[in-house]
Design a protein around this ligand. Structure first.
Ligand SMILES: C[S@@+](CC[C@H](N)C(=O)[O-])C[C@H]1O[C@@H](n2cnc3c(N)ncnc32)[C@H](O)[C@@H]1O
Length: 276
């Protein structure tokens, strides 16, 4: 993991300092009293690349690319649109509805997971995985504690079950057909630079490409669909066996789908899916 320290804002209250100490213990990192030092001075003094900063009741990570903090971001607008009867490209690709079970393999800032959680509701389930421990701490804390939004969005956030795990390992522990849909939104092979909202995540994010083996496992675990988001025109779709879903003709991102029902793969040995 990247070299980091945990500190607070200047003059923290006891609760913030306690949260900082507990977070540093969870991460196995060093807690440093802020005193009156600038963050740059602390970085230099401790040779730290990143600082996990504890504010009143929120966590953020100060990276070379900016500050990474939790906010419902685009989820807010997407849920507003869904409530207004408009569609959502991810939800259409996943084909999920109330009661569905979703495994979101790439939590990131959590926007997609919140929208999935809103759709599946109380009787459904969204499990979201994040392999980077720092991103995981910030986003899982935000999902549980962020309070400045409408009740249906806060409820959707609170319901997301987050796990600090690499999806490669987690998928192996899941039973066949145990989720209706499995979703991947990996870091794009060619980053969309104007997507500035995601820039602070770049220095920390797990940047490894997906493999056919991971997708094979996802096809075993998903009952109906495996979906991947990537840059439009990405060769990752064909390399990994995805068909591009319709919609978003002018968008820079596309959704790829492996539909197990149309392939009838539930009756096939999964290896034949990827026979070269
Ligand atoms: C593009 S972001 C996902 C954005 C997310 N869909 C959202 O709505 O905010 C990709 C995230 O997946 C994480 N990730 C990449 N590979 C992973 C893996 N093998 N297991 C778990 N998380 C992974 C990265 O660390 C990063 O935080």
């Amino acid at each position: 993991m990247q070299n980091f320290i945990v500190t607070t804002t200047r003059k923290p209250d006891a609760a913030a300092e306690d949260l900082a100490i507990r977070t540093s213990e969870k991460l196995g990192g060093q807690f440093v009293k802020r005193e009156n030092f600038s963050l740059d001075a602390l970085k230099k003094a401790h040779g730290a690349e990143n600082i996990l900063l504890v504010k009143k009741n929120s966590l953020s990570i100060v990276t070379a690319e900016g500050e990474l903090f939790f906010h419902p971001n685009t989820a807010h607008l997407r849920i507003k649109n869904l409530r207004g009867g408009q569609g959502d490209r991810l939800i259409d690709a996943l084909k999920i509805s109330a009661d569905s079970k979703v495994l979101d393999c790439t939590l990131g800032l959590g926007s997609d997971a919140i929208v999935e959680s809103f759709i599946v509701g109380e009787s459904g389930k969204v499990v979201a995985l994040e392999s980077n421990p720092l991103i995981f701490q910030v986003v899982s804390h935000g999902l549980q504690n962020f309070s400045d939004d409408s009740p249906h969005i806060l409820e959707a956030m609170r319901r997301v079950e987050v796990v600090n795990a690499d999806c490669r390992e987690f998928l192996k522990t899941c039973a066949d057909n145990s989720f209706d849909a499995v979703y991947f939104d990996p870091m794009f092979r060619k980053p969309v630079k104007k997507s500035s909202g995601i820039n602070p995540i770049r220095p920390l994010a797990d940047n490894r490409p997906l493999s056919k083996e991971i997708i094979k496992e996802a096809c075993r675990v998903a009952k109906f669909r495996v979906v991947m988001k990537e840059h439009s025109g990405s060769t990752e779709f064909s390399r990994l066996g995805f068909k591009i879903a319709g919609g978003g003709k002018y968008s820079s991102v596309s959704f790829g789908v492996i539909d197990k029902t149309s392939l009838n793969v539930r009756d096939l040995p999964i290896d034949r899916l990827f026979a070269d």
